[in-house]
Design a protein around this ligand. Structure first.
Ligand SMILES: C[S@@+](CC[C@H](N)C(=O)[O-])C[C@H]1O[C@@H](n2cnc3c(N)ncnc32)[C@H](O)[C@@H]1O
Length: 289
């Protein structure tokens, strides 16, 4: 089966389980109570979104889309999972939040969404589902008005290569994979701790190096406003991780610190499109210094 189609079936299963909210992982109750706080990393960096046309890509069931709308954004969420979008629409109607949700693959966002947008918002657990950063960056650029910006926060490429074995973190997978050779996983349950079994367990994920992500954005006509690395993450990626306050998690203080997340804002140049000279080379260890 096509990897994206397999992932969509899996995300439909997950959306149903996440919307049941049995473990409270997604903070649905707080949003129901009127909360519009984003996680501390995003909250500290995003700035004022009031009046901005915002496209929230891979919005899942739209909690952040609704939080952005409550902060005054004209927000549209896009996700390829019909179950997630149905849940988002139902929740927005229940809470009376004025927001749009569109079902579809992010690769077709330019034709599915009524742009242009001032801000494209992409956060947490998004890039690993996308095969080709050059293609994705091109889609993001097409959605934006010149001078518009991408805000991106996701897990750190260095952390994504690690896995906890016993009390140690070990290098468990390559730092990047070719488009045609994604990681193949078969997990019976989702990451929220809910015991519900997934019907569609097969997923395909990609690892992208920093140079691939940044190089794709530069080539698509963006300039980088900031790039930050963080020692915290809004989920516990390894069993050893400890709460860091504000719903964030960090490595135990007995471990050497390392970046677990990164975030950036990139603005589409007014004359975007040429991308000339805007590349960052990705070097594998085999190439040597
Ligand atoms: C870990 S969740 C991201 C959570 C999200 N950032 C939020 O605001 O809660 C990953 C999301 O990506 C979506 N997704 C994965 N591949 C996609 C694609 N090709 N097109 C659109 N959505 C996709 C999934 O349906 C899922 O909702």
């Amino acid at each position: 089966m096509d990897p994206i189609a397999a992932n969509r079936l899996n995300w439909d299963d997950r959306a149903d389980i996440h919307l049941r909210n049995s473990t409270g992982f997604y903070g649905i109750d707080a949003v129901r109570a009127g909360d519009k706080r984003l996680d501390p990393i995003v909250d500290g960096e995003l700035g004022d979104v009031a009046g901005l046309r915002v496209a929230h890509l891979q919005c899942h069931f739209g909690l952040d889309t609704m939080r952005l709308a409550r902060r005054g954004a004209i927000a549209t969420g896009l996700d390829f999972s019909p179950r997630a979008i149905a849940g988002a629409l139902a929740l927005a109607a229940e809470l009376g939040v004025s927001v749009r949700f569109v079902e579809g693959d992010v690769h077709h966002a330019a034709t599915l969404l009524d742009g242009p947008f001032d801000l494209v918002y992409v956060t947490w657990g998004a890039l690993c589902w996308l095969p080709d950063m050059m293609r994705w960056a091109g889609v993001v650029a097409t959605l934006l008005t010149p001078g518009g910006a991408l805000y991106l926060a996701d897990s750190h490429p260095a952390m994504n290569a690690l896995e906890q074995q016993g009390e140690r973190l070990v290098l468990a997978r390559p730092w990047q994979v070719p488009i045609e050779a994604p990681f193949s996983y078969n997990d019976p349950t989702t990451y929220t701790g809910a015991p519900d079994l997934l019907t569609h367990t097969q997923t395909y994920e990609w690892a992208h190096s920093f140079s691939t992500i940044l190089g794709a954005l530069l080539a698509a006509g963006f300039h980088l406003d900031f790039l930050h690395e963080h020692e915290t993450l809004p989920w516990s990626a390894f069993p050893m991780m400890e709460p860091a306050g504000g719903g964030m998690f960090r490595l135990p203080t007995s471990m050497p610190a390392m970046p677990l997340a990164f975030s950036l804002r990139a603005t589409l140049r007014l004359s975007a499109g040429s991308g000339k000279g805007a590349t960052i080379a990705s070097r594998s260890a085999r190439q040597g210094p």
